[in-house]
Design a protein around this ligand. Structure first.
Ligand code: G3I
Length: 362
């Protein structure tokens, strides 16, 4: 196990931070991430639409070289896959299914039920019967189409508040407390050959973790299948909650389900708030002070980030029996959502890497 650490530091530095000529040369002789961790857990990445269409050549090479699992960053979300009532657009999702099959990658479909990125028509739907109709149709249609074609679904995404109570979403308001159990029940029926997961951010934190555990136990007590839990892992490189993460792995694993880190990224920019939310609706205004690396990331910050990734992977390896997948939220920090959230237009990447990947063939 120890022998892997220098590689982890090196590889994550290469993939997520800088890319010097020496590192490029070394990359051609070093094992890939998926090869290095092949006996431990799957190594995945989120893919954006251009990458799914194989229009981003450098990213395409990197994805095929490094990863054995993929998650669509956006294109299987409800607003894209069901843009009109009972009108579906499966084009990009079908492409991703074919891409994953051809490249022998496990596809985690993301997601079926989420309060965010709902189709525009849902903003006008107020009556409970219509919400229920949407809920049943969406899960049944989409999950059954991809049963046996995707490896897993994030069935419900981000249903909890920070204190562990249920988020006051349209689904909670119109369908009541049991809607999450019902979502898993419908998914189980529609996709009997697909793994079913609950996915959320900050569920390593004690109160939210307790809420997630109660939710999972409720699903299990109802006799409904849940195969795993995804801890998203949107953390800050200088403040990774290692003890909470370790405790969470133990507590979630004790429920008899897989534990995954599903959207891992370690931001290096200042946080406008005291909390560590990953709620996409939370936004803040910018200032030069809030964007300190506009002209490039100092080596010291980059090395601290690489060290934080190495520490995390040390922990992941300790619990490899319980962890089935680690997925990074994006192939390249230059294209990450973190450059536009919570403050728009910041640089959470090395200057020379903006909007492009290090090309392993270059
Ligand atoms: O595709 C449209 C494009 O046509 C349009 O011109 C452009 C103008 O703003 O918007 C494009 O859509 C954007 C989309 O990303 C694709 O780039 C949306 O505005 C933007 O809101 C959306 O952001 C995504 C965000 O979820 C939205 O909820 C991020 O890429 C994506 O990384 C992020 O992912 C979430 C996970 O699903 C759940 N967990 C948190 C995570 C980070 O927020």
């Amino acid at each position: 196990m120890i022998k892997k650490f220098p590689f982890i530091i090196y590889a994550l530095t290469l993939l997520l931070a800088c890319c010097t000529d020496n590192q490029k040369a070394a990359a051609q002789t070093t094992a890939s991430l998926k090869e290095t961790f092949k006996n431990d857990f799957l190594i995945g990445t989120a893919m954006d639409a251009r990458q799914i269409e194989e229009k981003d050549t450098a990213a395409d090479r990197l994805i095929k070289q490094q990863f054995n699992a993929v998650t669509p960053e956006n294109i299987m979300k409800a607003e894209i896959i069901q843009p009109g009532w009972n009108t579906y657009n499966f084009d990009l999702a079908d492409k991703l299914v074919a891409y994953a099959q051809q490249n022998n990658m496990k596809l985690n479909a993301h997601n079926l039920i989420w309060h965010s990125q709902l189709p525009p028509f849902m903003h006008n739907v107020q009556d409970a019967d219509s919400v229920r109709q949407y809920f049943i149709n969406h899960i049944t249609t989409v999950a059954s189409r991809y049963d046996g074609k995707v490896y897993s679904w994030d069935v419900v995404n981000e249903a909890l508040n920070e204190d562990g109570t249920l988020r006051n979403s349209v689904f909670l308001q119109k369908l009541g407390d049991d809607y999450i159990v019902e979502a898993f029940r419908l998914a189980q029926k529609a996709a009997p050959h697909t793994k079913l997961y609950y996915n959320d951010y900050n569920i390593e934190q004690p109160k939210k973790r307790a809420g997630a555990i109660a939710l999972i136990k409720k699903i299990q007590a109802a006799g409904v299948r849940i195969d795993g839990v995804g801890i998203q892992g949107h953390w800050r490189a200088n403040n990774v909650p290692m003890e909470d993460i370790e405790e969470s792995i133990k507590e979630f694993a004790a429920l008899g389900i897989e534990v995954m880190f599903t959207e891992l990224d370690l931001g290096v920019l200042p946080n406008p708030w005291d909390n560590n939310t990953a709620d996409v609706s939370a936004t803040a205004t910018g200032s030069a002070k809030m964007n300190p690396y506009a002209n490039g990331l100092p080596d010291s910050v980059e090395h601290a980030q690489a060290k934080a990734y190495a520490d995390l992977f040390t922990l992941f390896l300790k619990y490899k029996k319980n962890i089935s997948r680690i997925t990074f939220w994006g192939v390249n920090d230059g294209q990450s959502w973190l450059n536009n959230w919570p403050v728009p237009g910041r640089a959470n990447y090395r200057e020379q890497r903006r909007n492009s990947c290090p090309d392993p063939a270059a």
